[in-house]
Each structure stands twice: as structure tokens, then as C-alpha cells.
Design a protein around this ligand. Structure first.
Ligand code: ADP
Length: 273
């Protein structure tokens, strides 16, 4: 592992350290967690989204990235772009296992480098770090401001993964599952209507090959074993915000903005648009 760190650290650290920490936006309403006394509040967001498969990390990270003007970088998307080129990688992903750190750091470095050349700063990472080792390496090279941990009951996670569909043309995600989970074993009930595609996407929907029930169960098992400790890692650093999703996007999005202290920012931005 030490060799791995040495292998990646020079490349990864130079990318992250050289990133320009530009002013977030022209709005007067400042969102939280950016006011670093050393930079006069001008530092961009460096956030991480954690959560089990199917919880909605991509959905909420992507909405926040639009709101905050920082890139949403999902390592799962980076991995999926490589699958047609690598049968070995395809096999690992379709068994619900984690890809090697070496591959993940290479993909992430390339993505950050491309973003840097486009003038990007800050990030919302989704699906990374997924192991303690990845979190430690990330900490060696940059400072994470905030970690959002999204949570949902397991039966709902499974239903959501099995209902997930992607438009093969525009890449947008939808969900055909109508979830109506009854209160059970102290867990609150939960209902989420399907998130159906517009007409132009309806005939182009595909299902991720790793969204089958046995593979989803294996991904959940791997999450518990390898990624739940990462929650604790950031909890100990005082950076973790836990968010139990209360339902679908209409209920959850405003509440998430509220706990992130971004509701006012959102209103001012919408009014200015
Ligand atoms: P999920 O819905 O399970 O959160 P993702 O889209 O984030 O899925 O990732 C899909 C797959 O890509 C994972 O099951 C894993 O094989 C691989 N992967 C993504 N991010 C990482 C990472 N940080 N470390 C190792 N493997 C990863």
C-alpha cells in the first residue's frame, strides 16, 4: 500500500494542489463551510457524498453541483466509461466488487486534469473515497470541507436500484419503481413515486448491468464492509453530515438544502436567474 501511495501521490497531489481556488459566485448570499479564515472566504467547495448504492448520491450531488457551480465527479461514471474497453474491469464491476485503487486514482487524476484545463475549481465527489485507504490518500493531498452521508432503509435501496433506468442517448437517470414501504421494525414508512422519463427518452432506456438483485446485494455487502468505515473516518474529523432521506426528490431536496444551510442561497440564486 505504501508503494501505491508513492505511485499516485506525486501525480494526484500536483493535480489537486495546483487547482485554482477561485471565487465561488457573485451572489451576496454565502453558503456554509467555505469560510476558511486563510482565504477570505474565496475558497471553492471540496465536498464528498457518501451513501449506499441506490441512495441517490448522483441525483443530489448533481443538483448541488449545478447550484454551487462546481463539478460533480462520480467515479462510478468514470469506471463505466471504461467498461467497453476492458472486459476485466467489466467483470469486476458486474460482480459488485470494488475496482483497484490504481485504476480509480488513474481515472480520477485524468478527470481532474481535464477539468483543470477547462478552469474548473472545487468538486463534489460521488463514489469516492470508498475505502479508508482512499480517504487517507485524499487527505494527504487536499482538504475536504464537508462530507454528506445519505441514508435510506435497505429494502428501499434494493427497489430503487432495480427500478433504475438510464437514457442511452442523453445519459439522464430515471426510476420506474413505485416505492411504498410500510413502517417496519421501527423504520418509518416511505413512499416514492416513479421518476418517469420524458417521451424522447422513453424508448431509449437501459438498465445498468450491475443493477440485478444478486449484484445489488453484493454491492450493499461491500459497502458495509469497505465504505461504512469511511463514514466513521469523517465522523471523527467532525466533517460528516448525516441525512436520512425522507422520501423522493420533492420532499428531500428542500430538506437537504436546509441542513446544508443553503436554502437562502438557493432562493437568492433562483431569484437572480
Ligand atoms: P453504486 O450505485 O454502487 O454506488 P457507482 O456508480 O458509484 O455505484 O460505482 C459503480 C462501480 O464502480 C462500483 O460498484 C465499483 O465497482 C466501481 N467503483 C466506483 N467508485 C469506486 C471507488 N472509489 N473505488 C473502487 N471501485 C469503485
Amino acid at each position: 500500500m505504501a508503494a501505491l501511495t508513492r505511485l499516485f501521490k506525486p501525480q494526484f497531489s500536483s493535480l489537486l494542489f495546483n487547482r485554482s481556488l477561485s471565487t465561488l459566485s457573485q451572489t451576496n448570499s454565502s453558503p456554509p463551510h467555505t469560510d476558511d479564515p486563510n482565504d477570505g472566504g474565496s475558497r471553492s467547495f471540496q465536498w464528498v457524498f457518501l451513501g449506499s448504492p441506490g441512495v441517490g448520491k448522483g441525483t443530489y450531488a448533481s443538483r448541488l453541483s449545478t447550484l454551487l457551480g462546481v463539478p460533480h465527479i462520480a467515479t462510478g461514471d468514470l469506471v463505466r466509461q471504461e467498461l467497453p474497453l476492458s472486459p476485466q474491469l467489466d467483470e469486476v464491476v458486474n460482480q459488485g466488487k470494488l475496482v483497484s485503487d490504481e485504476i480509480i486514482f488513474n481515472l480520477l487524476s485524468k478527470r481532474l486534469e481535464a477539468g483543470e484545463s477547462r478552469g474548473e475549481s472545487g468538486f463534489i465527489l460521488d463514489g469516492f473515497p470508498r475505502t479508508i485507504r482512499q480517504a487517507e490518500i485524499l487527505d494527504e493531498v487536499t482538504e475536504i470541507d464537508l462530507v454528506v452521508n445519505l441514508k435510506l432503509r435497505e429494502d428501499v435501496l434494493i427497489e430503487k436500484c432495480l427500478g433504475r433506468r438510464i437514457c442511452s442517448e442523453c445519459g439522464k437517470g430515471f426510476n420506474v419503481a413505485a416505492i411504498d414501504a410500510k413502517p417496519e421494525n421501527g423504520l418509518p414508512g416511505m413512499s416514492m413515486p416513479p421518476l418517469l422519463p420524458p417521451q424522447q427518452c422513453a424508448s431509449k432506456l437501459i438498465t445498468r448491468a450491475d443493477d440485478t438483485e444478486p449484484v445489488v446485494r453484493e454491492r450493499l455487502r461491500v459497502y458495509k464492509e469497505k465504505s461504512e468505515p469511511v463514514e466513521d473516518y469523517y465522523r471523527k474529523q467532525g466533517k460528516l453530515i448525516e441525512f436520512d432521506l425522507p422520501g423522493g426528490i420533492p420532499e428531500s431536496w428542500p430538506k437537504l438544502l436546509e441542513i446544508l444551510n443553503l436554502d437562502d442561497y438557493h432562493h437568492k440564486k433562483s431569484a437572480a436567474a
